[in-house]
Ligand binder design. Structure first.
Ligand code: GLY
Length: 276
């Protein structure tokens, strides 16, 4: 395996984000030190499950965890109380206890849904984030925002629930559709614009996504989340482009992806700011 980088996020509780190629095969051993012995319920959507669920579950089992898994339909349209309720019922049927753990294997929708389920099941069990998209690796898996969409709008119900660990396998990025990678790049551009000139310049030069770029984004997020865990001050910088972006997503019936909508939202926010 190539080199592995870690970032410690000092929230309550603190946790480590581990970034490296091939980590999906190695996640069990790495998580053992964090979780001890417990059961893990892995939640994945119908796109990700056929690709990575068995590998991740095998790694967890090899490390001695008892593992069960739940697969739900893919897509933002399913980030709702119906899917949340189905996940919660699965956790109860599987008799997960307070000392057990949920693992979110997938993109932003999966992280939000499984994180929310973990945050409210038995009034809170631990959650591990195993992001599989660029967007989830650099943004949604870190910082503890979880939730579902309501008819009235995106992410309108949820809880802050920090993960016990984040394990990002950068090898998965080479398998992403260009549009899904572009979705994540929009969030990388956001970090560049709000906090990291060097990152922005490297994106402008058209440099490819690297583990170092992911590290820079996560480290930027870490700083803002540590400064303002509950999103009432400094963290709101991370919402750059998101007010317009969420409106675009909703107006499109979630046909426009989150990153594409945020990209457009950042342009609208910049243009608006020029007029003020
Ligand atoms: N995605 C923005 C935040 O986590 O605050």
């Amino acid at each position: 395996m190539s080199s592995v980088q870690t970032i410690e996020v000092h929230t309550a509780p603190a946790y480590e984000v581990t970034i490296g190629a091939g980590l999906r095969r190695d996640c069990g051993a790495r998580l053992k030190a964090v979780l001890g012995g417990c059961r893990i319920a892995v939640a994945a959507d119908s796109n990700v499950a056929p690709l990575y669920l068995e590998t991740v579950c095998a790694s967890l089992r090899d490390a001695g965890f008892a593992v069960c898994s739940y697969v739900f339909p893919a897509g933002e349209a399913h980030k709702n109380f119906t899917t949340l309720s189905a996940i919660l019922e699965f956790l109860a049927e599987s008799q997960l206890t307070r000392t057990d753990c949920v693992a979110a294997l997938g993109g932003g929708v999966t992280g939000d849904l499984a994180g929310f389920a973990a945050g409210c099941y038995l009034r809170g069990v631990r959650v591990i984030q195993i992001p599989t998209t660029l967007l989830a690796m650099i943004d949604s898996s870190v910082g503890g925002k979880t939730g579902v969409d309501l008819t009235a709008g995106k992410n309108l119900a949820g809880v802050f629930w920090q993960p016990a660990a984040v394990v990002a396998d950068t090898a998965l990025l080479s398998t992403l559709e260009p549009s899904v990678l572009a979705d994540g790049m929009a969030e990388a551009v956001k970090y560049g614009m709000i906090a990291d000139d060097a990152l922005f310049a490297s994106i402008e030069r058209g440099e490819p996504v690297t583990a170092d770029m992911i590290f820079a984004c996560v480290d930027c997020k870490r700083r803002l989340v540590e400064a303002d865990e509950r999103d009432t001050g400094a963290r709101q910088l991370l919402n750059f482009g998101h007010s317009f972006g969420h409106a675009i997503e909703k107006a499109s019936g979630y046909a426009v992806g989150h990153g594409a909508a945020v990209a457009a939202g950042m342009v609208v926010a910049c243009r608006l700011s020029e007029t003020i």
